[in-house]
Ligand binder design. Structure first.
Ligand code: M6R
Length: 468
């Protein structure tokens, strides 16, 4: 046990460790950092796993090990110690889930379980991505630094939620790396004649890695000479196999039809790609990249804060939406991209019609929709365009809209116009999609539940679309 404790002081990164030693048969030494480890002792022995579900046939009393805690398993039971080797009394949780609940990790549905996994997805997607010297490490890139440096145009191609991740990537790649970037629905891209040269990078984003339109677009782009880079959640999927390089999003299997955790994994992966392109193009220094990477990592805890504190606000917002015929999502910049995804999520799980608009476009048509009680859901986190979005919301309010705002913690000004506020922690605007998307996922699910919908299996939809 002492050797494992000592070894852990030298280990960098996230791990869940179960070690055995030939000199000490019958002992398993367990440690963790940022990766789940669950320990339990039952009548037939002591057990360790990465998930409660693996243990419930053997014991219902489990200990979810915390960072800095160690467990020594023997046939007689388990001894828990801290970093200094002192014996501690761990927190034992009694699991009274049935098998169905166990599969869902104790949550009522997979969608909620997957939303709650997002802090872990952020951490896992980032593990090992920055070297101690401050260099980004994407070893599966498949392109040399020279090839990357030559890139002068980027197309992000994807469908549905993955397309919305692409909209966020455009802001990042153009903002940091200054490379012209277009985002296109793969179903459109494949049937037109885009300008592609050997210095074009096509980034294909697909959770399943098998969406028919995205695959067809990749093949077409390769024939035309583009370099193709895949962002997918499924190891060995067609998108991974047919791309020059790939980043895996580490969301693990996503079961609910509505993408949530895979979206967050995509945005984090695309952020890494944008940072790398910016470094290669000498637009960001190592110091800047390291600072941004640290802030990107912090979003894991910031998501957790939202999950821990905003449930009531989300419920209140859902009550304002549940009987509506339609809802409008608005925002500017990153807020607009988040709004598109929020509207898609609401449509697909609650069957409530929703549209998203860049807030500045309201006066060019959508404002005609607003009448008393109409729900307007705004992403108005603190950014350079915050005041503009607030003034758009005042126009909605003046026409009787119910204004629901995803706003930055500490922003009191928004209290004057919002009927309901869902708070998110203050983050740099480029990282706001990772945090501000979460309340909209929760909102879509809550509205769907209030309307009696099956959030995991919405009608007419399949998890992956392998035909045109
Ligand atoms: O597997 P993909 O990411 O390629 O799937 C693309 C879309 O079908 C998918 O994002 C769909 O829009 C989701 N159901 C949205 O939640």
């Amino acid at each position: 046990m002492a050797s494992v404790r000592e070894a852990c002081t030298h280990v960098v990164g996230a791990y869940g460790l179960a070690a055995v030693c030939a000199d000490e048969p019958g002992v398993i030494a367990v440690a963790r950092k940022d990766s789940p480890i669950v320990v339990g002792a039952g009548e037939t022995g002591a057990y360790v796993a990465s998930d409660v579900i693996a243990l419930i046939d053997a014991t219902r009393d489990v200990v979810v090990l915390e960072d800095g805690q160690f467990a020594k398993l023997t046939p007689a039971g388990v001894e828990y110690t801290d970093e200094a080797g002192n014996v501690i009394e761990p927190k034992v949780t009694h699991i009274d889930w049935d098998l169905d609940m166990a599969e869902k990790g104790g949550y009522p549905d997979f969608m909620l379980k997957e939303i709650h996994e997002q802090p872990r997805v952020v951490r896992d997607t980032l593990v090992g991505r920055m070297t101690p010297a401050g260099e980004l490490d994407i070893d599966e890139l498949g392109l040399s630094l020279e090839e990357l440096n030559d890139i002068d145009r980027v197309y992000v191609i994807a469908c549905g939620t993955s397309y919305h991740a692409g909209l966020i990537a455009k802001n990042l790649i153009e903002g940091w790396a200054r490379i012209p970037t277009e985002v296109e629905a793969a179903s459109e891209f494949r049937y037109r004649n885009p300008i592609i040269t050997p210095t074009t990078l096509v980034v294909a984003v697909s959770q399943s890695g098998e969406t028919a339109d995205t695959l067809a677009a990749i093949r077409d782009a390769r024939i035309k000479g583009a370099k193709v880079f895949g962002i997918t959640n499924v190891v060995g999927s067609p998108v991974a196999r047919e791309s020059d390089g790939v980043i895996y999003t580490k969301a693990n299997k996503e079961i609910a039809v509505a993408s949530t955790k895979s979206f967050i994994g995509q945005v984090v992966s695309l952020t890494l790609l944008a940072l790398l392109l910016a470094q290669v193009k000498y637009r960001l220094t190592t110091k800047q990249a390291r600072m941004l990477f640290r802030e990107l990592s912090d979003t894991a805890e910031q998501i957790q804060w939202i999950l821990d504190t905003q449930t009531e606000a989300v419920h209140e917002a859902a009550l304002l939406c549940k009987d509506a015929q339609s809802a409008l999502f608005v925002g500017r910049g990153m807020g607009a991209a988040i709004s598109y995804e929020g509207a898609l999520k609401l449509k697909e799980v609650s069957y409530l019609h929703a549209e998203a608009y860049a807030a500045g476009e309201m006066k060019h048509g959508p404002i005609a929709l607003i009448d008393p009680g109409f729900p307007v859901i705004a992403v108005a986190t603190k950014s350079a365009t915050y005041d503009k979005t607030v003034s758009n919301l005042m126009e909605c309010k003046a026409r009787g809209a119910k204004v629901i705002v995803v706003a930055t913690e500490g922003d009191e000004e928004i209290n004057k116009i919002a009927d309901c506020i869902i708070r998110v922690p203050a983050v740099r605007d480029v990282f706001s999609p990772i945090t501000a998307s979460v309340p909209l996922q929760l909102l879509a699910r809550e509205v769907a539940i209030l309307r009696g919908c099956d959030v995991d299996q919405p009608r007419n939809l399949a998890k992956s679309v392998t035909v045109e």
